[in-house]
Design a protein around this ligand. Sequence first.
Ligand code: PEP
Ligand code: MG
Length: 744
Amino acid sequence: SDDGVLVLMDMGSAVLSAETAKDFLNPEQKKKVLLASAPLVEGAISAAVQSKIGASLQMIAKAAHDSLLPKQEHLVETSPGETAPPLHQSNSGHQKVLELQIQNMDGLHLRPAAKLIGEISKYPCEVFVENVTSQRGPVPANSLGELTRLQIAKGDFARFTITGNDPEPAALALRALIDSRFGEGDTYQNTVASNENLTLPVSPGVAIGFPFLFTPVYTNVPEYRLNSEPEIQAELERFRAAIRKAVSEQNERVKSFGSALSNQDLGVFEAQKLILKDPMITREVEAGIIQKRLNAAAAWAKTLSEQIAEQENAKTSYFQARAADTKEAYHQVLAKLVAPDQPQSLSNMPDSAILICEELTPALAERAFHSGIAGVIQMTGGTTSHGAILARGLGIPAVAGAKNLGSSLCAAGKVAIDGSTGQIWINPNPETVADISCRLEKQKSEKLRIVLTALHPAITTDGVAIAIGANAGSALEIREARKTGAEFVGLFRSEFLFQGFASEPTEAEQESRFLEALNSSDLPVTIRLLDIGGDKPLPFLDPGAEANPFLGTRGIRLLLAKRGFFRSHLRALLRVSKLGRVRILIPMLTELAEIFAVKECLSEAHYQLVDAQISHQWPIEVGAMIETPAAALLSEQLAQHVDFLSLGTNDLTQYVLSAERGNAALTRFSDALHPAVLEVARLVVKAAERYQIGLSLCGETASDPIAVPVWLALGIRSFSLSPDAVAELKELVRKLNISDLNKG
Ligand code: PEP
Ligand code: MG
């Protein structure tokens, strides 16, 4: 940007050519480009944090330069406090000293440290921090590198010295941040099974059954030399294809199970994908193939095993947990290189078995779910691995860390587990069996009760029927929606069907994806036109570089800008609409002209299909997604030209409150019950009532038990939400009384 550029250069960088390149700039630009010898990784992180809080280019460069200090200090084993800079003495202002205990599982690791810096940057104060427990510091609290030097672990006391004209607000904010553990929950944090005889809870619930030992088919990694250039090229391609396949499997998984996972778990999923895409790992493996002429599997195994060993030997559980993630990536890619055609078999598994495995990979968790296993015991494994996340999302009880019990587990006739406590019973005695069986019955009947009642309609105590549908993004989710009692699919996010496409899907490809989804149940489905852009870019419809994608060429704006593709999209939708239960929803509307433009394209698509004698539904119902303030303000106008409205509170909230959704620093604004949002939502309800058209709310707020009564009082009578939340919403609605709510 105009603020300047900091260039970090590693050992291999050509300093002279970098300087020459800089010489080509005009003097004004030249002043703002700094070449730095700061370390790449630590330097970039420290620089990014400083840049985020608006520091000057010089300050950013200094932070990058100083970022190795913690490591240097650690390696020369200086005595605590010895290298600490003197406590800064401010000449002016008041001083406030706070001493607080850090409760985060991994102490003040990178994420909380970055949050701390962000928070204090909001106040005109200087803050210094000391680790009172290990007598490190004080250090300025605005530097990530300095903060990590303090090595503040869980339970350590940190002293904050705040100086300024009014240090009180900063002190309050700091206390709140530390009390909230920097927004990190305390369940399933980066825990891994240790080597001691200690098992870990991974996924709640009890299970009892016969142990079934699962051994992966690729325990031995073949190693051989490549003899020729074509062999090297072929092996490189095999490696790249394996990585592509692994990444696309991850995407599919997020798509299939996303609704069953919490945002925090989804975040872990996304982060783990980065291991597969890590350019340093790729470079090293490819160097192994090209320079050492190793086959891809051996090169991959070598690179990853080294990383895993390093991470496993780390002192902190935080880094040990990363080993579990790396192992998962290791196995995932290796399976593709070593035994691509040989799926690991669960076919001879007895009914209701307890699966015993080294680590629960996502693929294994998926297959275990479909084969009806009762529970999982992992020999090693962590609590934040993909497999662990999926087990929780799919409701499979699981524990980890049973390494030392390995041989007795395999020899046992029966085993039982409690996934909430991590307890394992080998050949449990009759009392334990009775106790577990009783808990199991309760567990089953609770699940059954929810599922059975979910199939009944949701009617309030004063007799008002509320329609409850599901949001979906895949065939699997539509199928789940049917099972969990959804009466319709109120929002089908079609963009998730085309994530694997690098180029525009053809009309036939689109039709077949839509058909596959629609054929997975008999529910009526509202298909949203591709909502690409914002946080959902797709490579084949690129709006180009945008400074502000959420305010950019997104949703219907992008489709109208690419009319050729748009018509093929509409033709595919019209073709599948012959099933008779499809409606079309327009995303990101801002004005009436867009509805007219869509209708024009739709009728062109219709006539093209007529000419080609292709059967389809005509006319088709078209709805408007109300998710921009403009659409909400104009909803009376829009309502006269569409068949239904859909209230998208996720985007409406971000646009009304001018607070980017997903921005962790702005979570307090992700509140659909904000009076400003309710005010515009009221207009939408009125418009739907006045023109007698359907209105359904399809944002996340539909699964918030506090928000639902408010929406009902406002006049919403139809909701669409994650399939897994349908049953609970139905149960909640059955307890509410609309007349009482209106009185409130
Ligand atoms: C919304 O914006 O409220 C919505 C449901 O759509 P999405 O979350 O897909 O943007
Ligand atoms: Mg939206």
